[in-house]
Design a protein around this ligand. Sequence first.
Ligand code: GLU
Length: 298
Amino acid sequence: MTSAGRFAPSPSGELHVGNLRTAILAWLFARSTGRRFLMRVEDLDRARAGAEAGQLRDLAAIGITWDGGVIRQTDRGPLYAEAISRLSAAGLTYECYCTRREIQEAPSAPHAPQGAYPGTCRDLSAAVREAKRAVRPAAVRLRAAVTEAEVQDVLHGSYTGVVDDFVLRRNDGVTAYNLAVVVDDAAQGIDQVVRGDDLLPSTPRQAYLASLLNMPVPEYAHVPLVLNAGGARLAKRDGAVTLTDLAAVGVSVDQIRDRLLASLGLPAGRLEHALAVFDPAKLPRDPWIWPGMGGPGA
Ligand code: GLU
């Protein structure tokens, strides 16, 4: 299988300029290294009717091209189930009956990092499990043998973060993102993952899981996010931040694309022009504050 990069949006609504900037970067990283570029819709959770079509339309409008068809995670249940079965057969999973609240209120295990699952359900007896299962459907957690792992990132260098007994399948039966992303990246031959750096803290979990499943760990590049004027992650409520909203205040797709490229120190025009001079070493390392476009004061 030839190597590939990807963009993997969650179809929870319209993409905003921050998402589009990350997509441009993922495309530039892949294309500048001769990789294929794949589009995967992460619709296991938070999918909103019509959002996928709108997102793909906006990505195409900004100049992103992808190879082959669009993959949807909701079509791939058997693949995720197979991976979880393999882990279970190796004794690497257990059922968890905790509510969110119970987890928050549980005393954390000694030396456990902040935010790690406290291990409440790790070593229950069969009888206790049976009783708990009758009350509440179980989630499936990974039985992790480590508490942290190190990954290499093109922009961040070496990064060490928490690995806990994270959820593989939620108690409503939905596959968890951390499992799906690892299985899909491997199955699709994705060996370069470029995404927002809000996902860097999840990456050690994913790399560890990939190693347990004998799947290759991809190259990672976690790119800086776009923030609002207050320094928080850009969101829909920050005014005109989608192609639709910006069109309504008279800003064209080409103007938006050029503004995003300029924020990356890249030349205006078709993405192919940016591709010709793209150099990851020259990328800004700090978040970009969205200056607004089109509206009063922008
Ligand atoms: N679906 C995730 C998101 O939209 C991205 C996951 C990834 O790139 O690994 O935030």
